[in-house]
Design a protein around this ligand. Structure first.
Ligand code: MLT
Length: 310
């Protein structure tokens, strides 16, 4: 068996793959044309979010039987094309959820206390407290869009800050809202009207792309704080810039951009929107979990065994 690892996974994950006796080739950041040229030699590929696994890929990947997505979101993989070509796609939906939830809360705290901006001032040898007056989370209302794995982890953690947690998720049973002590909002509009803090935790689909735009921001209270650790564009980037100029959004943390890796974005010039380069899942623990899980899943799928996250 030949497996190509096209994006970095943890050493522990690599060890699991290598221990199987398969030939494992680590080919990081290879140009697309090169990947397409060598892919016919491989039985499986392991990727994260940067590699587009689309119809063109499958047309070249005659021997690929398994695509392993080391992580949760599969928006870089054309699932219809995978099915058409008889390729199994496996991912690791639970392995990095805690890290993503913690990064969400980290960005919420950091942006509401302007900690990165204060840090930059200090590093420039400027001691001045006055620009950095922040906002407490205590007794504020946080609106969560998407009460799946990560949304629920964020909800329970923010309850410890004495926040009121409301959520909008038309795909989730009422019992899940009850289980997590979260107030259900029937519409996104209601959530937007009530939230002091907004965080999104949905996959990127045709339905969720741009789901928070100017129209939704227009419903919000002035002074809204936002976080996007899910996928770029779920909160529309132009709309964020507009909402900042209108005084609707006053702070925020964004880990993901619509076009990654990104060198331009309307968010780059917004002082109060802090940004990180899609590192929500980048912790030692999450990467070990993800690497080991995806390695086992890819090997099981190649052996024709039952795979939990196929
Ligand atoms: C995920 O979908 O698992 C995260 O966004 C992290 C990643 O893309 O690797």
């Amino acid at each position: 068996m030949k497996i190509i690892v096209a994006e970095k996974i943890s050493d522990k994950g690599m060890e699991v793959l290598q221990a199987s006796g398969a030939q494992v080739d680590l080919k990081l950041k290879i140009p697309r044309e090169e990947l397409l040229a060598i892919i016919p030699d491989y039985d499986a590929i392991v990727v994260r979010s940067a590699t587009k696994i689309d119809e063109e890929f499958f047309a070249h990947a005659a021997n690929v039987k398994v695509v392993g997505r080391a992580g949760n979101g599969v928006d870089n993989i054309d699932m219809t094309a995978a099915t058409k070509h008889g390729v199994i796609v496996v991912n690791t939906p639970d392995a990095n959820s805690v890290s993503a939830a913690e990064h969400t809360i980290g960005l919420m705290l950091a942006s509401s206390r302007k900690s990165p901006q204060a840090n930059t001032a200090m590093k420039n040898r400027i001691w001045d407290r006055s620009p950095f007056t922040g906002t407490e989370l205590y007794r504020k209302t946080v609106g969560i869009v998407g009460l799946g794995r990560i949304g629920a982890l964020v909800a329970t953690r923010l309850q410890a800050f004495d926040m009121k947690v409301i959520a909008y998720d038309p795909y989730i049973a009422d019992s899940r809202f009850e289980k997590f002590g979260v107030e259900k909002k029937e519409t996104l509009a209601e959530l937007m009207q009530e939230a002091d803090f907004l965080t999104v935790h949905t996959p990127k689909t045709k339905e969720t792309l741009g789901m928070i735009g100017k129209e939704q921001f227009s419903l919000a209270k002035k002074g809204l704080h936002i976080v996007n650790c899910a996928r770029g564009g779920i909160i529309d980037e132009e709309a964020i810039a507009w909402a900042v100029t209108e005084g609707i959004v006053v702070a925020g943390g964004v880990d993901v951009l619509q076009d990654e890796p990104a060198t331009t974005s309307p968010l780059f010039d917004l002082e109060h929107i802090i940004q990180t380069p899609h590192i929500g899942a980048d912790t030692v623990e999450a990467q070990d979990n993800v690497g080991v899980s995806i390695a086992h899943e890819v090997l099981s799928a190649l052996r024709g065994e039952v795979v939990p996250n196929a």
